[in-house]
Design a protein around this ligand. Structure first.
Ligand code: PGA
Length: 252
């Protein structure tokens, strides 16, 4: 049975001290009241090694928000998948729409990043999703299909089983607009059907597909109740422990 997951994406928020304090608080809160799902926090690179020392890995997983598309060497300012892994992190977010848009990450670059992440033993939270214009033109299915084909459908079934998909409609990210549970379920089911066509029913059944985009404690229960929505990738609401806990509790 596939995993239910609530993952936080801190983005470029929190200095080191603030991030450590948030991780500590979250660890305490979730130790006292155990979650009913896997919980992951994805932090800026600089937090990873410190946060890894604080959290109980049986309760909270740790991930980066990016990694390099090169293995090692003269790439000033980059952080490799191996470096991420060496901090104690187990996950990396790749393909986030902000990276695609502001840092020009193409499907080919993302394909390289995914391969390097997997080669270094990281699990990948791979983000896909359409823009508002694409949604208005009813192109959302086309867009997510191309994103999967462009960067992850080259993988073997064994490697694909280390991928978590996050469907994040760009128009819902940080905007307060959420896809309705019905809209999200429709495209999640479509994504699962694509995985089934490519890798078969068993892999499709075992793939966790998260929803992301203005997910919060008030709308999480309705979203998570849908059969093909296996949790959330949470931006803004992952920055305060009570807000994040509220979403985690949607699985109770
Ligand atoms: P949001 O971000 O929850 O702030 O909308 C989600 C994401 O970008 O992962």
């Amino acid at each position: 049975m596939r995993k239910k997951i609530v993952a936080g994406n801190w983005k470029m928020n929190k200095n080191l001290q603030e991030g450590v304090a948030l991780a500590k608080e979250l660890n305490e809160v979730l130790t006292a009241d155990k979650p009913n799902c896997d919980v992951v926090i994805c932090t800026p690179f600089i937090h990873l090694a410190s946060v890894a020392q604080i959290i109980n890995p049986d309760i909270i997983g740790l991930g980066a928000e990016n990694c390099a598309d090169k293995e090692k060497g003269a790439y000033t300012g980059e952080v490799s998948a191996e470096m991420v892994k060496s901090t104690g992190a187990q996950y990396v977010i790749l393909g986030h729409s902000e990276r695609r848009e502001y840092y020009n990450e193409t499907p080919e670059i993302l394909k390289e990043k995914v391969l390097l992440a997997l080669a270094n033993g990281l699990k990948v939270i791979f983000c896909i999703g359409e823009s508002l214009e694409e949604r208005k033109a009813n192109k959302q299915n086309e867009v997510v299909k191309a994103e999967l084909e462009g960067s992850v459908f080259n993988l073997s079934a064994e490697d694909f089983s280390k991928i978590v998909i996050a469907y994040e409609p760009i128009w819902a990210i940080g905007t307060g607009l959420t896809a309705t549970a019905e809209q999200a379920e429709e495209i999640h089911a479509y994504i699962r059907s694509l995985i089934e066509a490519k890798y078969g029913a068993e892999v499709a059944d075992n793939t966790s597909i998260l929803y992301g985009g203005s997910c919060k404690a008030s709308n999480a229960p309705e979203l998570f109740a849908k059969p093909d929505i296996d949790g959330g990738l949470i931006g803004g609401a992952s920055l305060k422990a009570p807000d994040f806990k509220g979403i985690i509790d949607a699985w109770k």
